[in-house]
Design a protein around this ligand. Structure first.
Ligand SMILES: [Zn+2]
Length: 452
């Protein structure tokens, strides 16, 4: 069938896509708690005759499969929200639930587009009598960067040939660059409790050890490679200032362009903690939570995805939507918006073109995702669709507001079309499959193991 017929079939699932965007947005669940969201998607797919497979080791993860034989196409869907980003779908900061979670990364759109793309692709395959298998992957715990790492570790992706991924963002584009590898780990300090006024000499402060570690890390920052990011949060375990803290905890992320850089920097952060423990006569324990690798770029897969993005009808916006987008932009630092508008050569509040490939050809994106691990075991594409205005970053209340509005819903349907169309090419163009697989074979790291 012609590509426009694929798009028309996706359009017949417009209501399903919109309902999923809204339902998941209205039930924000943080990483590790995606009970409602995973069941909601599993039920939609079960009704569409997909076979469900769960894995007892990874709660809230599942795969739903339809069809038979190769190629086996893995369409990745996420659904977790972020703590503290509860927000109404309006242009002023207003929480729905005080301190509650919200879809500030637009994963309500991400999952909705993936499920719509998978179901529409099934219809396309039925009409054309195409051989192959569709697998929708319900992927939890992306925001804590570990869900897909666990799914790989427990063999949930075995037998797949190609993976399809997208993310809501402020621009429509394909990625010819990677993002940062990451490791997440905790330090647990133990000391000796004492009355902080009466007998401080008897105490050995776990809190001091934690603070000295963090101070050591501030000095370390000058001596790591460019592109490294080190962030942490702390926990004084509920002790009051008049108690010498017998316990303290901190939680660190280290990011860098390659997993090898992450590992060496983690070792040096550990040395800061060991030094701090010596200075304070306390003990420190280290716990690695998870890590995710950089993305293995596949230019041939990007070429094919980009071609499909160009074939898609651009998203159109109403005057009301543009006004909403402009108000959202007004709440963001104007120099950021001005810089981004200039970078993307765009006058309006929403990005309406397809960003040129060279825009993102070299510098890694300064975030991380567990999708990188999927790209290590099979060829994977990645594209983004404009779900919020230029200048708005994910993980903000502004992104939550847009993900709950028609701006986000339009991006999701557009993304579903891009997924279905690119998957259709993979099913029908053997020469494209071979090119993508050859590039994957040439680039892949045979020593890859998920960090868990
Ligand atoms: Zn995200």
């Amino acid at each position: 069938m012609a590509k426009k017929d694929v798009f028309t079939i996706v359009d017949t699932f417009k209501d399903l896509c919109r309902d999923a965007c809204r339902t998941i947005w209205n039930h924000p669940e943080i990483s590790g708690e995606e009970n409602f969201s995973s069941k909601y998607y599993a039920e939609i797919l079960r009704k569409e005759s997909f076979r469900l497979v769960v894995n007892e080791h990874v709660p809230h993860a599942f795969l739903a499969e339809w069809g038979s034989g190769h190629p086996v196409l893995a369409i990745l869907g996420e659904y977790d929200a972020l703590p503290g980003l509860s927000q109404k779908a309006g242009s002023d900061r207003e929480e729905i639930t005080a301190g509650g979670a919200g879809h500030g990364c637009g994963h309500n759109l991400l999952g909705a587009a993936a499920v719509t793309g998978a179901i529409a692709l099934k219809k396309v395959m039925e009409e054309d009598g195409l051989e192959g298998t569709i697998r929708f992957y319900g992927c939890p715990e992306e925001e804590t960067l570990c869900g897909k790492v666990k799914m790989i570790h427990y063999n949930m992706f075995d037998g797949c040939d190609f993976a399809f991924s997208w993310h809501p963002m402020s621009v429509n584009m394909t990625f010819d660059t990677s993002y940062l590898a990451n490791a997440s780990f905790k330090f647990y300090y133990t000391g000796l409790s004492a009355h902080a006024g009466f007998a401080p000499q008897n105490g050995r402060s776990a809190l001091d050890a934690m603070e000295l570690t963090n101070m050591g890390v501030q000095y370390l920052r000058e001596h790591v490679i460019d592109g490294t990011r080190i962030h942490y949060t702390t926990d004084s375990c509920g002790y009051a200032p008049n108690i010498v803290h017998p316990e303290a905890k901190s939680w660190y992320y280290v990011r860098a362009p390659h997993m090898s850089d992450v590992k060496s920097t983690v070792d040096r952060v550990k040395k800061c903690a060991q030094g701090a423990a010596i200075m304070t006569e306390t003990q420190v324990k280290f716990e690695l939570l998870s890590g995710c690798t950089e993305m293995l770029v596949n230019n041939a897969f990007s070429d094919l995805t980009y071609k499909n993005l160009l074939e898609l009808e651009p998203i159109t916006y109403t005057a009301e939507e543009r006004e909403f987008a402009r108000k959202i932009q007004d709440s963001v630092a104007m120099d950021t918006c001005a810089r981004d508008r200039k970078a993307y050569n765009s006058d309006g509040p929403m990005y309406e073109g397809i960003a040129p490939r060279e825009q993102w050809a070299s510098t890694p994106m300064k975030a991380s995702t567990d999708t990188g691990d999927v790209s290590q075991i099979m060829p994977m594409n990645l594209f983004t669709a404009a779900a919020w205005p230029i200048g708005v970053a994910p993980h903000t209340w502004q992104a939550t507001a847009c993900a709950g509005s028609s701006l986000g819903e339009k991006a999701a349907l557009w993304a579903a079309k891009a997924i279905a169309a690119t998957a259709y090419d993979i099913l029908t163009l053997p020469e494209e499959r071979e090119k993508i697989l050859a590039e994957f074979e040439a680039r892949k790291d045979d020593n890859y193991v998920p960090m868990i």
